[in-house]
Structures are given as C-alpha cells and as structure tokens.
Design a protein around this ligand. Structure first.
Ligand SMILES: Nc1ncnc2c1ncn2[C@@H]1O[C@H](COP(=O)(O)OP(=O)(O)O)[C@@H](O)[C@H]1O
Ligand SMILES: O=P(O)(O)OC[C@H](O)CO
Length: 511
C-alpha cells in the first residue's frame, strides 16, 4: 500500500508561532500554536526574544507531530517542511558562537526614526526605491540594523571583528533549526531579502551600491545567501525537534506565502491578510512595477525560471494588534474574537474615527510623526463605537491602498482574497466590501500563510509538480461579501477618514 505524503509548515508570525501538517489536498491534518512574549521597552519600541522564537517553533513542531501520530500516521510521511515568517524583523548574532547579540527588533519598531530622518537628507535617498522597491522608513530591516550598529557595543564589536551575522527571522530559524554553528547554514529567499533594502529587485542579488549608500562595509557583515523560495538543498534539514532529518525545502515571507496559499500565481490577483498588521499584495507579473503612489514593490515568490513573480504591496502597520490593544490594554473585551459582538451593540461608529497610528502610518501615507488618535469623542460615545472605529481603521487603510494600487496598475481590482485572524469577523469583511465597493472572497481553510509555505516546500520535492496540480486545493467553504452601501456613502465615509489622517499627522513634530 502506498502511504500518503504530507508537508509541514512553520509559520512564525508576529503574535504566535505555529506548525501545521498538510495533506496533498492542502487540508490541515494536525496543528500546534503558541503565543510568545511581546516586549515594548519604550514607547514605539517592539522586541522579541530570538531564543523564544526558536523554542516556540520547536514546541509547535513537536506538539503537531504528536497529534499527527495519534491519528495513525508516521512522522516519516512528512516529506518536507517549509518556513514562513514575519518579515523585516531583524536578528543579529555572532557567527562564531551562534548566540544572538540583541533581542530581535520587530518590523513595527519605530526607534530608528531619527536615524531615518537623517538618511532622507543624504543624496540619492529618493532613488533607492527604484532599485530595491522600498522607500526609506523605520520599516525595512536596514534601519533596524543601522540602529543596532550605532547603539549596541556587542553588535559594533562583532562587526569590527567580521563575525556579525545578520538575518531576518527565516534566516535565524533556518540557522538554528539546522543546529547553528554545527552547519552554519545562513540563507534567505528573495521575498524576505526584498524587505531589507540590500537586494536589487531585478537581479535578486545583493546590490553593492545600496550597501555602500548605507555606508556598510560588506566585508565586515555576514549576510545570508539569497536562494530560490523553493529548493531541495540550500535550506538544509531539521537538526532539532522530533522531525530530525526532515528537509526544509521552502521559504517565503509570510505575506508572500499568503499570496501563494491563495493561489495568486498570476498577474492581476490580489490578497489582503489581516494579521497583526494587514498587507495587500497584488501580483503584477514577472517584472517589478515601482509605485509612484506610496506602495512598495516586493518579490512575490521565486520558484525558478518562469515562476518568479513580483507584487505591489500596501502595508498597514496596525490591524489585529489594534484589536489586541482593546483586549490587553483597555480590557474592553476578553478576547479578539469578541470584537464584532461589541461593535454590533451599536449601529455605527457614533461619529468616532480611530487613526490607529501606534508607530506612525505606513502605506500609502508613510507618516512617521503620526500617533494613535481618536477623533469625535462626545458624552454619547460607548465602547461599541470605539470597537467599530477600531475595525474600520483597517478597512479604511485598505481602501486607501486600493485607490493607490489602481493608480499604479491602471486597473481596478474586482475581487479581494482575504485571510488572517481578523478576517474571521463577518462584520469586518462586510465593512471592507462596503468601503471598497468590491467583492471580498474568504476561503474556508484560512491558514493560507502556512499553506503557502507548504506549497513552496512541496513543489521542491514533487508533492505537487506544478501550479496546475494545486487546482483543487483550498476551494471549499468560501464566503463572499458584496457591497451593501452606495459608492457615494462609501466616499463620504472615506473623506472623513482622510481628514482624520491629516489631523493625526505631525503629532511628534515638536519632540
Ligand atoms: N474574530 C476576530 N476579530 C477581530 N480580530 C481578530 C479575530 N481573531 C483574531 N483577531 C486578531 O488577529 C490577529 C492574529 O491574526 P494572525 O493572522 O494569527 O496574526 P499573525 O500572523 O500576525 O501572528 C490578532 O492580532 C487578533 O487580535
Ligand atoms: O505577523 P503578520 O502576519 O502581521 O505579518 C508581519 C509582516 O510580515 C510584516 O511585514
């Protein structure tokens, strides 16, 4: 009897780590998830403990394997593992000891604000985007690395010695899960490398001019080798956990993975993932398109010649984290899943608009001096109004991104594929459809990010041989949300949002 094969996916997100085991139909057969600590040492700072990221992943792998074997399967049926991860988050370690030299600086972290402002005055600053797809901001990894080099003695010393290793979370996990110094596997894929500002979007190689522009000495810093997102050798194999020996054959930044998991393989398809942040990726085809309206350009995935795609990206820094904020900081609700119920206690936002600019506003605004602001509070305001204004903030930013995307691509989008924690709320998805005036298409199986990583890994080892093999994967249980308000009403609401955005700008100017 031929035993079925399975693929594992490590999903290391901003709020939690997970390991999921998929069958060939793309169904989840076993899973384990673990939240880990968020560190906010100062306003605007956000860190993770790199060792905890690794141990949480290891615990998830072991937990899911136990569940898998309880079902009568054998761990050897898991033929490959893919990794997907929060992007930009920066880890530095010493390549001789394998020890992290600082906490990971998370993608949301705004501590490099001053440094970035100075860089913006350097000649050539405005041209960087045409080479690497990203504008200067606190968001990409480079600003975090430069801050570490300026402020942390151990990092500076390792740089001077030539032993400093830099990586995004995919590189760090691959390095550690391969056993660290024992194998010294230091790699990344183009979808992750395109978040650093070091990679040339056309060549998918490090760009010496970019590295020089940041005044970094390439000979003193160990950058991960950029290899395809799907590869049978480069990522090594698991040396720890109960899946010892299983090959890692896929790697994608989480937003790219979600696009792959939604089967957004062709130009014109777009997905929006409502996780801690919210990220809209629009597949623009095999050539990069540089935005002139506040969007980013990123490598969508690189599955080899003819299967390499780029995306325009609209990044929203705060989405699910605003819901978590109502839970953790204000105790408005006991858990995120209760947000919709609270919002449904009232009919509308009661005149409140919440600009959730906790660390400035990302696309398409890029205001680093804005901070979270609630407008329109009166004696009438109830908790339900704030809940509604909170969920609307993500939907309005998505609306702003779609408008920018239409201008850049020249084509209006007709359907938005959605996933991520917040998409579990019907109210949020209906609001999104109302605001944007387009159909929202939500899959039944919403672990699309992990599925994307599994697809990247599975394509390398022949679990699937082509995109056509995935035709029947994840089609079931879809829900469609269609606009229920007029275009005129949506525009009126949006104008109010834009006014609030402009009024939140400049809050930090005098600091
Ligand atoms: N039903 C829900 N309604 C609103 N927000 C939700 C709901 N379920 C989860 N969330 C939010 O989604 C986020 C988690 O989504 P997830 O996709 O797991 O994120 P990540 O990949 O960033 O770790 C949390 O910030 C949580 O507040
Ligand atoms: O953790 P998420 O899902 O919000 O994704 C984080 C992004 O990759 C940051 O760019």
């Amino acid at each position: 009897m031929i035993r079925p094969t399975f693929v594992g996916a490590i999903d290391q997100g901003t709020t939690s780590s997970r390991f999921l085991i998929f069958n060939q139909r793309g169904e989840v057969v076993a899973t384990h998830q673990l939240e880990f600590a968020q560190h906010y040492p100062h306003p605007g700072w956000h860190e993770h403990d790199p060792e905890e990221l690794v141990s949480s992943v290891e615990t998830c792998v072991d937990g899911a394997v136990v569940e898998f074997e309880k079902q009568g399967h054998n761990r050897e049926q898991i033929v490959a593992v893919g990794i997907t991860n929060q992007r930009e988050t920066t880890v530095v370690w010493d390549k001789t000891t394998g020890k992290a030299l600082h906490n990971a600086i998370v993608w949301t972290d705004a501590r490099s604000q001053e440094l970035v402002r100075k860089l913006k005055h350097r000649i050539g600053a405005s041209e960087l985007i045409s080479r690497c797809g990203l504008p200067l901001s606190t968001y990409p990894s480079v600003s975090k690395l430069l801050w570490l080099l300026e402020n942390v003695t151990e990092v500076k010393e390792a740089y001077e010695r030539g032993t400093l290793a830099f990586g995004t979370v995919d590189s760090w996990l691959t390095y550690k899960l391969n056993g660290g110094t024992a194998r010294n596997i230091h790699v990344t894929d183009p979808s992750n490398a395109s978040r650093t500002m070091f990679m040339n979007l056309e060549s998918l190689k490090y760009d010496a001019d970019l590295i020089d522009w940041f005044r970094l000495d390439r000979s003193k810093i160990n950058l991960p080798n950029i290899v395809p997102s799907s590869d049978t050798e480069a990522y090594g194999s698991l040396a720890t956990t109960s899946l010892k020996g299983t090959k890692i054959t896929g790697c994608l930044g989480d937003q790219s993975a979600a696009l792959v998991g939604q089967k957004g393989f062709t130009a014109g398809l777009a997905k929006n993932t409502y996780g801690t942040g919210c990220f809209l990726l629009y597949n623009v085809g095999p050539k990069p398109v540089i935005s002139t309206h506040g969007l980013l350009t990123t490598v969508a995935f690189d599955f080899g010649e003819g299967k390499r795609m780029y995306a325009l990206e609209g990044s929203i820094a705060v989405a699910g984290s605003s819901v978590k904020f109502l839970v953790d900081n204000f105790g408005f609700i006991e858990s995120s899943s209760k947000l919709s119920a609270l919002a449904e206690e009232v009919e509308d936002n009661g005149g409140c608009t919440f600009v959730t600019a906790f660390s400035g506003l990302f696309a398409p605004y890029w205001f680093d001096d804005a901070r979270g602001t609630i407008f329109g509070i009166t004696a009438y305001t109830q908790r339900g109004h704030i809940a509604r204004a909170t969920l609307e903030a993500t939907c309005f930013q998505t609306q702003a991104i779609l408008r920018a995307m239409e201008k850049d691509s020249g084509k209006p989008l007709t359907e938005l594929l959605v996933d991520g924690g917040m998409c579990n709320s019907d109210l949020i998805m209906q609001t999104q459809s109302d605001f944007t005036g387009i159909k929202v298409n939500r899959p039944g199986m919403r672990e699309t990010t992990a599925l994307g990583a599994a697809i990247a890994a599975g394509l390398a080892v022949g679990v699937w041989n082509s995109f056509e093999d995935l035709e029947n994967v994840n089609n079931e249980g879809r829900t469609f949300f269609k606009p229920q308000i007029s275009e005129q009403e949506a525009s009126k609401k949006f104008a109010r949002w834009e006014k609030a955005v402009q009024m939140s700008k400049g809050w930090l100017n005098d600091e």
